[in-house]
Design a binder for this molecule. Structure first.
Ligand SMILES: [Zn+2]
Length: 99
């Protein structure tokens, strides 16, 4: 059986367009109301709806820790280039909000 992450990588590449000017991988798939790409992910943890950047981060880097988010360092909401994605720990155990 194909590794779900390998499948996900293929899906992300297929649904994004690489902008030659800034190297952003611009998401061409479904877009949510908030203006972010979205994708349905099925893996060993079940089926869930993720933003495209979260899915890309999971596929190319690692699973997201509980409560963590992903942001684009290039400030392009549709970018899914793993090189432009950064993990954001939204909350520390004390509930403090980090940048
Ligand atoms: Zn980018």
């Amino acid at each position: 059986m194909t590794d779900p992450k390998v499948r996900l990588k293929g899906l992300i590449r297929l649904q994004s367009w690489i902008n030659p000017e800034n190297a952003c991988w611009e998401w061409q798939g479904q877009i949510s109301n908030s203006g972010h790409g979205r994708i349905m992910l099925s893996d060993e943890n079940g089926r869930r709806l993720l933003s495209a950047e979260q899915a890309s981060f999971i596929a190319f880097h690692q699973d997201l820790p509980e409560g963590a988010g992903v942001r684009q360092t290039c400030n392009n909401r549709l970018c899914v280039n793993p090189e432009h994605l950064q993990l954001v720990e939204t909350q520390t155990p004390t509930g403090e909000t980090l940048q």
